[in-house]
Design a protein around this ligand. Structure first.
Ligand code: PMV
Length: 335
């Protein structure tokens, strides 16, 4: 099947991954993707995903990822997402979705946040839905919770809300931070965050404690951001990440994402801090660790983590944006 097309009729968008400083872990409504708690993140300026959407006359959606046609679970997920878009727009047409990921293969950086943020904006443009940040953020949430925040540039808070309308992200003020992504293990994680969240909510005896402490910490984090207090932001981010891993590990059966390699990086971050470097660590649902610091400390942090992991330096990045047709053809197809 050919994927050649006329790019003048294509809606295309780009978005970047984000790393949470206060994590989202656990949904109270699986269908609407409503989280138990607010979360806070920084959108990165590395590893963009570019996604185009064009209507097809075929009776089904298609997904082309990095030039290869994809079926099965990833297509089902895109199809379910586009069903929501079709329902909102009152327009049942199907689409060809082409997406290009620049995360180095197996980098272990969640690409679903950037992926669904880009898809939400491109699909909104194609189906003529509202293109404002709040509407796109709300829609992106239905594809992947963390995508809610990738619509927003730099620092963002995702308000958990209580229904579809009230659950979306918005920008917050704060200091400029740097993140050093330490890829310790490039293999695919064994359990999806969706599955692991479900098990944590259902079985972890610490879940209530996680929810109440995260709610408290979100307020403190927003305060620290407002004050520009990088040290407090780092302390809270590290504590919140370790609490997330603790609540996950306490599930039945237990789930453990951190590996010996992750612990080595966490230990090195502590050692660097003891030696006077202002650096803290966070880790998502996988073995990779992200060091958080003031941009002026990046050199010392990279030097200190060398040899433990593949390192990628990130700064605050842009929110989701539409890409002009001329650029999109080269980027999406990889021409
Ligand atoms: O990418 P999702 O929506 O399945 O959620 C992942 C959640 C964490 O990355 C572990 C934390 C966060 O807030 O991003």
């Amino acid at each position: 099947m050919s994927v050649a097309s006329d790019y003048s009729s294509v809606a295309c968008a780009r978005a970047f991954p984000n790393i949470a400083l206060i994590k989202y872990w656990g949904k109270c409504d699986e269908r609407l993707m409503l989280p138990f708690t607010d979360s806070v993140s920084m959108t990165l300026d590395i590893f963009p995903t570019t996604t185009s959407v064009e209507f097809t006359s075929a009776g089904d959606d298609r997904l082309v990822l990095d030039g290869a046609e994809i079926r099965g679970a990833p297509l089902d997920r895109v199809r379910r997402f586009l069903d929501i878009v079709r329902e909102r727009a009152g327009d049942i047409r199907h689409a060809l979705v082409r997406t290009r990921n620049t995360v180095p293969t197996g980098a272990g950086l969640a690409s679903s946040a950037a992926g669904f943020a880009a898809l939400a904006l491109a699909a909104s443009a194609a189906w003529r839905l509202p293109l404002d940040e709040t509407s796109v953020s709300r829609l992106a949430r239905r594809g992947s919770g963390s995508a809610t925040r990738s619509v927003i540039p730099g620092l963002a808070v995702w308000h958990a809300g209580h229904d579809d309308e009230s659950s979306s992200a918005e920008p917050i003020v704060g200091p400029r931070l740097a993140m050093v992504v330490a890829v310790v293990d490039a293999s695919r994680k064994k359990m999806s965050s969706r599955e692991a969240m479900r098990r944590t909510v259902a079985t972890s005896p610490y879940f209530d404690g996680w929810v109440s402490s995260t709610r408290r910490m979100t307020g403190e984090m927003l305060d620290a951001c407002r004050r520009g207090d990088v040290r407090r932001i780092g302390e809270l981010a590290e504590m919140n990440a370790l609490r997330m891993h603790a609540v996950i590990e306490a599930s039945d059966p237990p789930i453990r994402y951190l590996s010996a390699g992750s612990v080595a990086v966490l230990d090195r971050v502590t050692a660097l801090r003891d030696a006077g470097v202002d650096v803290w660590a966070t880790a998502d649902a996988g073995p990779n660790v992200v060091a958080i610091c003031d941009p002026s400390e990046v050199g010392r942090v990279v030097e200190g983590l060398k040899g433990l992991a593949r390192l990628h330096v990130a700064h605050p990045g842009p929110g989701a944006s539409l890409v002009p047709a001329a650029e999109s053809a080269a980027e999406v197809v990889g021409a």
